[in-house]
Design a protein around this ligand. Structure first.
Ligand code: AHR
Length: 514
């Protein structure tokens, strides 16, 4: 009997300690930077079935559409309050000649999409279709200009075509094509991956082009367009250094691309489904590398731009797996699991926590490509687990980051460990606190105490949780709701500033506190 009692107390103490080490201290006496809503941005390229089939089916399609835009996809994206959409690429952008995509559809030339499976592109989705979509979605447009195979003249003509109200040739051509009023285009990327598919340039060569091109953007779109310089590939810190050294004054933002590969490398990315805990763990671990990348690039930028005038835009990110069996390898169609939802939540947490420099991020890509929001098959559509994360996280957009320190237990597999918990806390314009928490451990729930210093919490207004039967669970066209958010009740107010939260294994939880 005595032994049983002792064992019981030892167990209770152990359990208490395991819980006690997980603590989130939120400092309401300090103000963090504003979390730019553009961190919740998106990217749609002419690649595979992202645009055609995904966003655009054309007005004559039997699939329900609004003037050619798929109705189901449009409505799903509209519900996300997408703040910005980047287009037309990606690698495609540096082969894109915008004049191919205007005017009567039957006269638009067909071209070969050289980077993405050699597919024939009929240009039926062009500037009008894209900018009208942005207006319908209520989001800002981010155009990627062609530097790799284009010219300054082609870019400035495009700018005039899109945003000029003057009585000049390009604006008149737009009017002739049925659009009287100029569109608003807030962001322009000057080249994409200029170190690779965008022209195989050295940073020295590209920085000269950036100075040249951005000078003309300035002349043609002064104060109307934010100029984004092409940034580095992952940890290519030299690229950032040279760009900042040579052209910090010639851009308003510098981009960064980083893709998570769960497998050993680009030649063995591994499948999006059916993986075991090893690939679950390595996917999360490699996703978390974003923190080091953002920190190091920001630190380098600080050396040349201590006032942080030049923002960092992570304008391509997400997990890149093998394509779904039987699909075109050049179309990058992949499934999306609970693991990927956690890669999304932890990456968004990283961007939020570095909101002083990271002012935009664009997950790749919106529909049917890489870590997509939605997948389509014929007339069917599913929302992915990543979609649900974006929906739960959108409350942070333009809210104030609340400084918070997290003490987290580790999630260990073999001899490797990562923090088991991840967080963002923000304060919105109405004084509500939004707390998003992820438990990366697929094997156990985690108890956490969240404490708000300097503000009382009287109630939890809402709480939801995204989890799944397995860490590799996906939503399919036959079972579209395997992974979806549900109401969350595993929390308890302990006092006016302390709340105990029990996070299910492999979950994302969102709470609104008042
Ligand atoms: O998102 C797919 C491709 O990844 C983009 O076209 C390119 O910019 C990157 O390499």
């Amino acid at each position: 009997m005595k032994r049983t009692i002792i064992t019981f107390f030892v167990l209770v103490t152990l359990l208490f300690n395991a819980g006690a080490q997980n603590r989130l201290t939120i400092d309401a006496t300090q103000k963090g930077p504003q979390i730019s809503k553009y961190i919740y941005g998106h990217f749609a390229e002419h690649l595979g079935r992202c645009i055609y089939d995904g966003i655009w089916v054309g007005p004559d399609s039997p699939i329900p559409n609004i003037n050619g835009y798929r109705k189901d996809v449009f409505e799903a994206l509209k519900a996300l309050n997408m703040p910005v959409l980047r287009w037309p690429g990606g690698c495609f952008a540096d082969t894109y000649h915008w004049k191919d995509g205007i005017g009567p559809k039957e006269k638009r030339p067909k071209i070969k999409n050289v980077f993405w499976g050699g597919t024939v592109e009929d240009n039926s989705f062009g500037t009008h279709e894209f900018l009208n979509l942005c207006e319908m979605l209520g989001c800002d447009a981010y155009i990627s200009a062609n530097v790799g195979s284009g010219t300054v003249e082609e870019m400035t003509d495009w700018i005039e075509y899109m945003i000029s109200e003057d009585d000049i040739e390009m604006a008149n051509l737009r009017r002739q094509n049925g659009r009287d009023k100029a569109w608003k285009v807030k962001f322009i990327g000057i080249g994409n991956e200029s170190w690779g598919c965008g022209g195989n340039m050295t940073p020295e060569y590209y920085s000269n082009l950036l100075r040249q091109y951005s000078g003309y953007v300035w002349e043609y779109a002064r104060d109307k367009m934010i100029r984004v310089g092409c940034g580095s590939n992952g940890e290519d810190y030299n690229w950032t250094k040279v760009l900042m050294q040579n052209a910090a004054r010639n851009m308003d933002a510098l981009s960064l691309h980083y893709y998570t590969i769960a497998g050993p490398g680009w030649n063995n990315k591994t499948a999006a489904t059916g993986f075991g805990e090893d690939l679950y763990f390595s996917g999360l671990k490699k996703g978390l590398r974003m923190e080091e990348l953002v920190k190091t690039h920001s630190m380098l930028m600080d050396q040349y731009d201590p006032r942080k005038r030049v923002a960092l835009y992570v304008d391509e990110w997400g997990i890149w797996t093998d394509v779904e069996p039987g699909t075109n390898p050049g179309h990058l169609f992949q499934q999306n699991s609970m693991r990927d939802a956690l890669i999304a939540s932890t990456s968004l947490d990283i961007f939020n926590r570095h909101a002083e420099r990271v002012k935009m991020a664009n997950i790749a890509q919106t529909v049917n490509v890489l870590q997509a929001m939605v997948l389509t098959q014929g007339a069917k559509m599913v929302l992915t687990p990543t979609y649900h994360v974006f929906n739960m996280y959108k409350v942070h957009g333009d809210a104030q980051l609340m400084p918070a320190s997290l003490v987290s237990e580790k999630y260990t597999l073999g001899n490797e460990s990562i923090p088991a918990l991840s967080q963002t806390v923000s304060l919105d314009a109405n004084g509500k606190i939004h707390l998003t928490l992820s438990n990366l451990n697929p094997n156990r729930e985690i108890r956490l105490i969240a404490e708000v210093v300097g503000k009382t919490v009287s109630k939890v207004n809402s709480a939801s949780c995204l989890t799944a039967p397995q860490s590799n669970s996906v939503n399919t066209f036959d079972n579209p709701e395997t992974v979806k958010p549900a109401a969350f009740k595993a929390y308890r107010l302990l006092s006016t500033n302390q709340i105990e939260i029990t996070l299910p294994s492999k979950s994302v939880v969102a709470l609104e506190l008042e």
